[in-house]
Design a protein around this ligand. Structure first.
Ligand SMILES: C[S@@+](CC[C@H](N)C(=O)[O-])C[C@H]1O[C@@H](n2cnc3c(N)ncnc32)[C@H](O)[C@@H]1O
Length: 211
């Protein structure tokens, strides 16, 4: 059973999918409380960035977890939100919020998202990129399921952002014509109340338009 006291594994993300699912299943019941105690505001920040760019969007929340991002979108008057996540326990809690239209259990490392091309106005992906075995493929999938001129918003922690050189990857997508109007924030506090992250690991938010 993972508790608020033994989340040290977050700093070095687990990569093995079954292990990730188990950890989030075990944590689901106390996840919201723990994240609140760490002053985690990424769902609200990311939802705000999306709504500023594209109000009233039909949104897919990738890695929706217990639904904190769906709740933030709902509070910012987004009406149609679907979600997908690996953790069935987390999905159950997300469903209980009554803010999602559809929820799917899916491993995004297993292949294409279970979604047709051009299905959404926007994708949001918050606190999740660390678990992508191939972040570039996941971003390509986001672009596939979003309509032309739609928006993608995702967060990524500063240590892994630098390690994988996200600016060069995003420039590549712009040069390829997949994304336009790509911008990212300065690094912001991520989980300031978690001593493993605090001032050491911050978070970038990316906002981009899909061509
Ligand atoms: C830090 S939580 C973020 C949840 C939510 N977006 C939030 O901000 O509270 C990471 C989420 O990513 C999900 N996740 C991790 N690996 C995944 C995968 N391969 N496919 C789908 N979801 C995954 C986990 O189950 C977990 O719910």
């Amino acid at each position: 059973m993972t508790t608020a006291d033994d989340t040290g594994w977050l700093r070095t993300p687990v990569f093995e999918v079954a292990e990730v699912a188990k950890r989030y299943d075990d944590w689901a019941a106390t996840y919201d409380q723990t994240l609140q105690s760490w002053n985690y505001d990424a769902p609200q920040v990311a939802a705000g960035l999306l709504v500023d760019r594209l109000p009233n969007a039909v949104v897919l929340d990738i890695g929706c977890g217990t639904g904190l991002t769906g709740l933030a979108l709902h509070q910012q008057r987004v009406a149609v939100i679907d979600g997908l996540d690996l953790s069935s326990e987390s999905i159950g809690l997300a469903r209980a919020r009554n803010v999602y239209r559809d929820l799917h259990q899916h491993d995004f490392n297993s292949g294409p998202l279970p979604v047709s091309d051009d299905s959404y106005d926007a994708v949001l992906c918050v606190g999740v990129m660390s678990y992508a075995h191939d972040p570039a493929s996941l971003i390509r999938e986001m672009c596939r399921v979003v309509k032309p001129n739609g928006t993608i918003v995702f967060s990524h922690r500063s240590d892994l952002w630098r390690e994988a050189d996200f600016p060069t990857m995003l420039d590549g997508f712009r040069n390829e014509g997949l994304l336009t109007d790509t911008s990212w924030t300065d690094p912001k506090p991520y989980m300031p109340g978690n001593s493993d992250f605090a001032d050491d690991i911050l978070v970038f938010y990316v906002v981009a338009r899909v061509n």
